[in-house]
Design a protein around this ligand. Structure first.
Ligand SMILES: [Mg+2]
Length: 416
C-alpha cells in the first residue's frame, strides 16, 4: 500500500500531507532524516566465558573448533546506527554484524533514507527490506536493518516525549507499576551464584554434542543435575544447546534430562532444520522447545509458527529486523498461544517485554568475566537498566533512554 502511494507521489507531497494532518502545528510535524552514521563499538578488552569456555556449537562437528567459540567466532561485534534529523532529534539503535553491517548502513541504506520522515517506521522497514532482498532476507543485512529500525523507534519516542514501551502499548505486565518492572531469567553456567542475586530462573549452556558420544551425554547430564541442585526444586531451569545437536541426540538427551524438570530446551538444532524442530516438538510434548534467536523477519518467524517448531520464540531485537519485526512476531505468537522471550536482554529487549502480554520475562545474560557479575549487556551505553533482585525497572526517559557512554570507543569503518 505504501509503495503504491509512493509511486503516485502522495507521500512525497509534503504540502498535501501537512495540510491534511497538521494545519495548526505544522512546524512540529516536519521532520526529516539528514544523516545516518554506523558506529562499531571497540571490542571488549576482557574476555568472556561465553567464548572462552567449551560450549555446544554447530562448529563442534570440526574437532579443531570444538573446544571454544573463540577458536572460530571471536567476540560477536555490534553495529549501532545513529540517525540525525533536521529537528535536532538523534536516534540510537543497536544492530549486529560489525563492520560489514556498517557498510550496508552507510553505503546502501543511508542514501535511501535521508530526506524521509523517520517516524514512518512501517514504510521505511519495507523499503530497507526490499532494497536488501537481492543479498538479504536473513542474517547480516537484517542486522543492519535492525540498527536503523531501532534508531527510528528511538526518534519516535523522543519526538513524542515518551519511552518506547509506551508507544508499543504501555505496561502489559499486569501491574499498575510505573515505570514497569520486568522479570528476568539468568543466562549463565554459574547456577550457584544466581539465587543469591534474586534470580528465580536460570538457563545453562550445554558443553557437549553428538561428536562427544556417551561420555558427553553423561557430562551434560551431570551439569544439569548440578544446576538443579544449586537452584533447588522450585526455580526454573532451562537448557541451551546453541545449534549443536541433531534430532536423535536431542531426543535422547531430553529424555535423560527429564528428571531435572527442564522448563525449555533452547536451540538444539541448526536454525534451518524446521522439520527437525517440528519433530522434537511433536515427540517431546512435556518439554517446551525454544528457538528463534537466529531467525529473521516476520516471514522467518511465520515459518517457525506455521510448522509448529517452537513453544517459545526468541527474536533478537538487534538481529531479527528490529522492533518493527519483533512486534509482528508477538502478534503472530499471540494468535497461536506461544510465548515470546527475546534473546539476550538489554534496554530494547526490556522495553519490548514490558509492552507485550505474550512476553512473560526477559533474558539477562551474565556475559562478562566468569559469568557471576551483573554488568551492562551493552557497556558502550549509559542508561541501560541493570537487574535488581531478578528484575529491571524501566527508564521513563524518551525513546530507549540510552546515550553513548562518554568513555566508550567507537570506529566508523565505512563513513560517508
Ligand atoms: Mg540461545
Amino acid at each position: 500500500m505504501c509503495r503504491l502511494f509512493l509511486d503516485s507521489g502522495f507521500r512525497r507531497n509534503d504540502e498535501l500531507v501537512r495540510g491534511f494532518l497538521c494545519s495548526e502545528s505544522g512546524a512540529e510535524f516536519i521532520m526529516k532524516i539528514i544523516d545516518i552514521e554506523a558506529l562499531m563499538p571497540a571490542a571488549p578488552k576482557a574476555s568472556s566465558w561465553l567464548v572462552a569456555e567449551r560450549m555446544s556449537s554447530p562448529m563442534a562437528a570440526y574437532p579443531e573448533y570444538a573446544e571454544t567459540r573463540s577458536s572460530w567466532q571471536g567476540m560477536v561485534p555490534r553495529a549501532l546506527a545513529r540517525v540525525t534529523t533536521d529537528a535536532g532529534i538523534v536516534g540510537l539503535g543497536v544492530g549486529g554484524g560489525g563492520a560489514p553491517a556498517c557498510h550496508i548502513i552507510e553505503r546502501h541504506l543511508k542514501p535511501l533514507l535521508v530526506g524521509r520522515d523517520p517516524r514512518d517506521t512501517e514504510m521505511l522497514w519495507d523499503l530497507m527490506y526490499r532494497a536488501t532482498l537481492p543479498y538479504g532476507r536473513k542474517g547480516l543485512p537484517l542486522m543492519a536493518v535492525s540498527a536503523i529500525d531501532n534508531a527510528l523507534w528511538d526518534i519516535k519516542g523522543k519526538a513524542a516525549d515518551a519511552p518506547v514501551y509506551a508507544l508499543l502499548g504501555g505496561n502489559a505486565q499486569g501491574s499498575s507499576n510505573s515505570p514497569p518492572r520486568v522479570s528476568l531469567y539468568a543466562s549463565g553456567n554459574r547456577s550457584e551464584s544466581y539465587p543469591a542475586l534474586g534470580f528465580t530462573r536460570n538457563k545453562v549452556f550445554m558443553r557437549y554434542g553428538p561428536p562427544d558420544g556417551a561420555a558427553g551425554m553423561r557430562r551434560n547430564e551431570a551439569q544439569v543435575a548440578a544446576a538443579r541442585d544449586a537452584l533447588g526444586p522450585d526455580r526454573l531451569l532451562m537448557v541451551d544447546a546453541w545449534m549443536g545437536w541433531d534430532v536423535p541426540y536431542a531426543l535422547t538427551m531430553a529424555e535423560r534430562l527429564r528428571p531435572y524438570d527442564i522448563y525449555w530446551l533452547e536451540e538444539p538444532l541448526i536454525p534451518d532444520d524446521y522439520e527437525g524442530y517440528a519433530c522434537l516438538r511433536k515427540h517431546l510434548p512435556w518439554l517446551n522447545i525454544a528457538c528463534g534467536e537466529h531467525e529473521y523477519t516476520h516471514f522467518g518467524f511465520r515459518d517457525l509458527i506455521q510448522r509448529e517448531c517452537a513453544d517459545i520464540l526468541q527474536p533478537d531485537l538487534a538481529w531479527c529486523g528490529g522492533v518493527t519485526v519483533a512486534r509482528r512476531v508477538a502478534a503472530m505468537a499471540e494468535t497461536r498461544g506461544l510465548q515470546v522471550i527475546p534473546h539476550i536482554g538489554g534496554a530494547m529487549s526490556y522495553a519490548f517485554v514490558a509492552a507485550h502480554e505474550v512476553c512473560p520475562m526477559a533474558e539477562f545474560i551474565f556475559g562478562s568475566g566468569d559469568g557471576t557479575q551483573i554488568a551492562p549487556i551493552n557497556p558502550f551505553f549509559v542508561g541501560e537498566p541493570l537487574p535488581d533482585r531478578g528484575e529491571v525497572t524501566l527508564s521513563t526517559a524518551p525513546g530507549w533512554g540510552l546515550d553513548l557512554a562518554p568513555d566508550a570507543e567507537f570506529s566508523r569503518p565505512h563513513a560517508t
